[in-house]
Design a protein around this ligand. Structure first.
Ligand SMILES: NC(=O)c1ccc[n+]([C@@H]2O[C@H](COP(=O)([O-])OP(=O)(O)OC[C@H]3O[C@@H](n4cnc5c(N)ncnc54)[C@H](O)[C@@H]3O)[C@@H](O)[C@H]2O)c1
Ligand SMILES: O=C(O)C1=N[C@H](C(=O)O)CCC1
Length: 256
């Protein structure tokens, strides 16, 4: 039995993860954390991690960057490995995650879908082949409840493209405030918010005579939820502290 804590349990993703756990007999949610310290009664919910006195094999977090300090305190002091799936962390929070990962296994990915991680590899290869002839632009689209922009996935895709460039690109999020033609060394990142769009990402390589586009569409939140559960299963097999990502999870899956 894998005993899980679900942080952000009352949210859209928290509910999607709970549904997957309910369908897998070897998974048990022993506690939920959420601002609102109540749930549907299927497991106890705490408004603060410190209130929970039990133990767990792993924690899955889909909540808010505001939850991070208390979560890192909890995970490092209680030695509970965590899957951090929340997006919108500040550079200082990313450093705090790096420091905590020296004490306990942590897994972080702004997108828990296996497909997006394949797309990242395609983007690396396309950028290596096309950077001299093409401008790189990223467009992401999400539902109207999403609070962070651009999406964590768009930033991961920009980093994937940047890793293949022989220069450090500037990420440009706003073309409104400056009247200036596009610089070759930019990666433009644009965010659209509307309705119930689950998550769409287009990486556009625009040349003078051709346009190449690499796209990913999430059809439901289940793809992120099941990826997070796979990451929690992966963490339960990892003993050493460290910051893990989909790269290691995919490597383990391929070698099994
Ligand atoms: N990595 C991925 O694959 C992936 C996929 C989808 C969403 N996300 C990210 O997950 C996060 C949650 O997304 P969502 O759509 O479920 O949002 P949501 O708003 O529906 O749910 C967030 C939940 O977290 C709770 N919460 C907020 N602040 C908290 C705090 N300080 N302490 C404890 N609980 C707190 C809220 O009460 C809410 O129930 C977002 O950052 C989103 O971008 C990541
Ligand atoms: O719904 C969200 O919020 C999503 N957030 C992630 C991101 O910011 O990239 C992943 C896609 C869905």
């Amino acid at each position: 039995m894998l005993r899980l804590i679900l942080s952000g349990c009352n949210g859209r993703m928290g509910r999607a993860v709970a549904a997957i756990c309910a369908a897998q007999p070897d998974l048990e949610i022993v506690a939920g954390f959420d601002l609102l310290g109540t749930g549907d009664g299927s497991f106890p919910v705490y408004s603060s991690p410190a209130q929970f006195q039990g133990t767990a094999d792993a924690l899955i977090d889909f909540s808010s960057p505001a939850a991070l300090p208390a979560l890192l305190d909890f995970c490092t002091s209680r030695k509970v490995p965590a899957v951090l799936a929340t997006t919108g962390y500040s550079p200082e929070q990313l450093e705090a995650i790096d420091r905590a990962a020296e004490k306990v296994p942590l897994f972080r990915s702004a997108n828990m879908s296996l497909g997006v991680n394949v797309v990242m590899e395609l983007v690396r290869r396309a950028a290596a082949a096309l950077w001299e002839s093409c401008d790189i632009e990223i467009v992401e689209k999400h539902h109207n409840k999403k609070v962070d922009a651009p999406s964590g996935t768009a930033l991961m895709l920009a980093d994937a493209a940047a890793s293949s460039l022989p220069y450090q690109p500037d990420y440009v999020y706003d073309r409104h405030s400056v009247r200036k033609a596009r610089d070759r060394k930019e990666i433009g990142i644009s965010a659209v918010r509307g309705g119930g769009i689950v998550g769409e990402h287009d990486v556009i390589f625009a040349g003078d005579h051709e346009v190449i586009q690499i796209s990913h569409s999430a059809m439901s939140r289940e793809v992120f939820a099941s990826g997070a559960v796979s990451a929690a299963r992966f963490l339960a097999t990892v003993q050493a502290p460290g910051l893990y990502s989909m790269t290691q999870l995919v490597q383990q899956t391929v070698s099994d």
